[in-house]
Design a protein around this ligand. Structure first.
Ligand SMILES: *Cc1c(COP(=O)(O)O)cnc(C)c1O
Length: 440
């Protein structure tokens, strides 16, 4: 992204969809996540300077505002905003931590959150993590995955990075046009003697073709690890979508539907696997003096776990608001010429984690022009997922990364725009977004 302004609204917005490539340099594993958007917004557009009444750029389009009031008057609307319950509700949790002085290492809140999430999500076992990426890396270790893994190029870069961190070669396979999920019909052709697993993503929370994927995995004796970072609370055919595959990995990053500031989890089917994962996330310790594996520190702290328990008390409301907002977008935009909306997933209770639209050739503007037009009105939609993972420097040399082999994913990356959706988005703010899109 063009480095317009290093301080462009990143953070919640930026990372929201999981750290858009634009704001999180793919090459640097170690780079700190950008600070929350509002605190580091571009000085020209940041709330602070705007409040001071300065920093209006004297460009002609400052006052264009044909659809709405001048953009400089309007509050910025980001693609997402983290859900935060009232602060006073969190204080008792903090008091309890201060009282018992257990800060981490599987303390009481950690145990309670694992239990509460199993119940809420309807799954058997959960191991909490400090973030979703570490959970992905550990999931691969837990199943001793090696060699080659078939995965999607249409995701947040951490999906494939988790493979590189394990010395595994990603093999990219194209996605289906209606779900933008891994196309099972193309998986088989990508299997080699080195293939040991498939890592699909439930993109935007839409379930993958889980049955077709499992059938291939069974035929070829492959493991399946779902990157379910977008799929918190999604139900498919009457059960949690997280029950499919050998493991599913969640992210509780600030920008996800359910957040613990930073956090993640592995959903696993049996107690033995959970135990191995619990060892791996704690340096490989089994007891005080026994280390059974070169584990990592992937633990979730008590502060994050306590916050998760509080978030769970608000999750139904948050999901409800998301559903209402999605419905309004669908009503308003489904008739707009040249815009393509992804069909609702069948037999699915969605979480509306994202609202993607595809800006096809019939629309009045190109995708990037619409993206810019929205920005001019202080609306920060995001191009998730552009660029494709397979286009980043550490992947593009792979034979499977050739764009010609990934036409559906390449098309989506060129056309997609994710619109603002989060519980605190007001009707008026959403209408602003809709007016700009309809008025182009
Ligand atoms: C957010 C996300 C991740 C990474 O999760 P973190 O908790 O930010 O480490 C991985 N995969 C996908 C698809 C994501 O959206």
């Amino acid at each position: 992204m063009s480095g317009t302004c290093s301080a462009e609204p990143v953070g919640p917005a930026g990372r929201s969809l999981s750290g858009a490539p634009e704001t999180k340099p793919a090459a640097s594993f170690a780079s700190p996540r950008p600070a929350p958007a509002r605190r580091r917004a571009c000085p020209r557009r940041g709330p602070a300077t705007r409040r001071a009444g300065r920093c209006r750029r004297p460009t002609p389009w400052s006052f264009r505002g044909s659809h709405t009031e001048p953009r400089s008057m309007q509050k910025p609307v980001y693609v997402t905003q983290p859900y935060l319950p009232p602060l006073e509700e969190f204080v008792p949790y903090l008091q309890s931590i201060w009282d018992n002085k257990v800060l981490t290492n599987g303390g009481p809140f950690h145990q309670q959150l694992e239990q509460a999430l199993c119940e809420y999500l309807g799954v058997e076992h959960i191991a909490l993590f400090c973030n979703g990426t570490q959970a992905l890396v550990t999931a691969l270790q837990a199943l001793r995955v090696t060699g080659e893994v078939i995965t999607t190029p249409y995701s947040f870069v951490a999906t494939a990075h988790s493979l590189l961190w394990n010395g595994i070669k990603p093999v990219f396979v194209d996605v289906e046009p209606d779900t933008l999920n891994l196309d099972p019909r193309q998986i088989e052709a990508a299997i080699t003697p080195h293939t040991t697993a498939i890592m699909p993503v439930h993109c935007y929370g839409r379930p993958c073709d889980v049955h077709a994927i499992q059938k291939i995995a069974d035929n070829y004796n492959l493991r399946v690890i779902y990157d379910a970072a977008h799929a918190f609370g999604v139900r498919h055919q009457g059960a949690s979508v997280l029950k499919h595959g050998d493991l599913s990995v969640l992210s509780f990053h600030a920008t996800k539907v359910f957040n613990t500031f930073e956090g993640g989890a592995i959903v696993c089917p049996d107690a033995k696997t959970k135990q191995r994962i619990d060892h791996l996330k704690n340096f490989g310790f089994v007891d005080e003096t026994t280390v059974v594996a070169p584990g990592i520190n992937g633990k979730m702290s008590e502060i994050n776990a306590a916050f998760g328990l509080l978030q769970l008390r608000h999750i139904e409301h948050a999901l409800q608001r998301r559903a209402e907002i999605a419905e309004i977008y669908t009503q308003a935009l489904s008739g707009v010429k040249g815009l393509r909306l992804l069909p609702d997933a069948p037999q699915t209770v969605a979480n509306h984690s994202y609202y993607p639209i595809l800006v096809e050739d019939g629309y009045a503007l190109g995708r990037d022009a619409l993206y810019q037009r929205l920005r001019e009105h202080n609306v920060y939609a995001r191009r998730y997922f552009y660029p494709l993972i397979s286009d980043f420097p550490m992947y593009r040399g792979l034979p499977s990364a050739a764009p010609a082999l990934l036409p559906v994913a390449s098309h989506a990356a060129a056309k997609v725009l994710c619109l603002p959706i989060y519980p605190a988005l007001t009707d008026a703010e959403q209408q602003r977004v809709i007016d700009i899109i309809q008025g182009a």
